[in-house]
Design a protein around this ligand. Structure first.
Ligand code: HEC
Ligand code: HEC
Length: 340
């Protein structure tokens, strides 16, 4: 026999259940709208954040989901992570990366470690914010080659992303949400937990003798730290270091400023995780760290715009090895991605 309860009991139960759900939802909403607990490495300044895009837990979670989603290339198998892979400090392993059509772009994919600190994005500084930068890989023919509007329309039907978008920005997924969420996820990719950092914090055993000698050269006689300065080991400024003879294919910073004096200047890359991010330089033209050290040792190719610091260094074989050893100590000992 089927026992029937009074119809009102069911109604009250349902009402109670709905109320409980609403409460839970409200709680997670509040928790996710809270600020993301960014673990800034000891002694570092806080990265500059944007008032118009608060770094909330929900925005970072959504940004991470989008960063790894191949649907951003409309099902053609490429996500942001294809060229910015977590195992490679968010760079990749090739000189020039392949896009959706199988052809390569103009430049080497840089690490995204500490991009939160860059005043200008791209190797030529052509993108003023991480939010605006998102349009470049989406629309570049050699990268994702999509219509960004079509991408958000195709993702909007996904119930998981829809819920995440409401939580993060209180509106359905659109370009406003997509660009802000991706920017915020990338702001959390901090790297400052290498053996070098432990050494700076007082653990004298964190570096061996060769690495310490390399570190002294780096910030002493070899002048590297003039440009590779500060916590990100980059001044984030633009220099011509004599990589190419002719900049016809890629004028670098001049592409943006149009000043002839900026021809062949590129942004100083971070040296953090450098052992993982080869091939090197804007064009991926150097395969090994030894080649890059040899380049700086030689003073670089002749160029009217070359930085005056680029003079031959006359390093001994031992000094070159020490510098390489130091550079290899800059690999982070933790995951750069703090999002579970
Ligand atoms: C096909 C490979 C490829 C894909 C896919 C790709 N990128 Fe990149 N990314 C690059 C290359 C190459 C550069 C350097 C380009 C330049 O400086 O002109 C770059 C540069 C960047 C930079 C600037 C870093 C700096 O040091 O200034 C950011 C930020 C970035 N990408 C984020 C993204 C995001 C977000 C996505 C997904 C929406 C994405 N990328 C997809 C290859 C790729
Ligand atoms: C005048 C400023 C300057 C000085 C001095 C300098 N660098 Fe650089 N370094 C740069 C710039 C700019 C690039 C990027 C060039 C490009 O993309 O073509 C670079 C690139 C590199 C790279 C490749 C990074 C990558 O991700 O592709 C390494 C490694 C490197 N430098 C190490 C050193 C070492 C070691 C020294 C000292 C011996 C040194 N640098 C001195 C500005 C400088």
């Amino acid at each position: 026999m089927v026992r029937r309860s009074h119809p009102l009991v069911g109604f009250f139960l349902l009402a109670a259940l709905l109320a409980a759900c609403a409460k839970d939802e409200g709680d997670t909403l509040d928790a996710d709208r809270s600020l993301f607990p960014l673990h800034v490495p000891p002694g570092w300044p806080e990265p500059p954040l944007r008032e118009d895009n608060p770094l909330t837990v929900a925005s970072v979670k959504l940004g991470k989901a989008l960063f790894f989603d191949e649907r951003l290339s409309l099902g053609r198998g490429i996500s942001c992570a294809s060229c910015h892979h977590p195992d490679r400090a968010f760079s990749d392993t090739v000189a020039l990366s392949f896009g959706v059509h199988g052809d390569v772009g103009m430049r080497n994919s840089p690490s995204l470690a500490n991009v939160a600190y860059h005043p200008l994005l791209m190797r030529d500084g052509g993108a003023p914010t991480l939010e605006q930068q998102v349009f470049i890989p989406l629309m570049d023919e050699a990268e994702m080659d999509v219509d960004p509007q079509q991408v958000v329309e195709s993702l909007r039907g996904d119930p998981v992303l829809a819920a995440m978008s409401m939580q993060a920005y209180g509106k359905p997924l659109d370009l406003y949400v997509l660009t802000r969420a991706l920017a915020n996820y990338q702001r959390t990719l901090l790297s400052g937990n290498s053996r070098y950092d432990r050494f700076l914090q007082g653990d004298a055993a964190a570096l061996d003798d060769a690495e310490v000698r390399g570190m002294q050269l780096f910030s002493g006689a070899a002048n590297c730290s003039v440009c590779h300065s500060g916590c990100d080991l980059s001044d984030h400024d633009f220099h011509n270091v004599g990589i190419a003879l002719d900049h016809a294919d890629d004028p670098g910073r001049q592409r943006i400023t149009l000043h002839p004096a900026d021809r062949g200047k590129f942004k100083t890359p971070t040296l953090r995780n450098i052992a993982l991010t080869g091939p090197y330089m804007h064009d991926g033209s150097m395969a090994t760290l030894e080649e890059t050290i040899e380049h700086f040792n030689s003073g670089g190719l002749a160029d009217p715009n070359k930085d005056p610091l680029m003079t031959p260094l006359d390093l001994t074989a031992q000094e070159k090895q020490d510098l390489a050893a130091f550079l290899r100590s800059l690999t982070d000992e933790r995951s750069l991605d703090p999002v579970p």
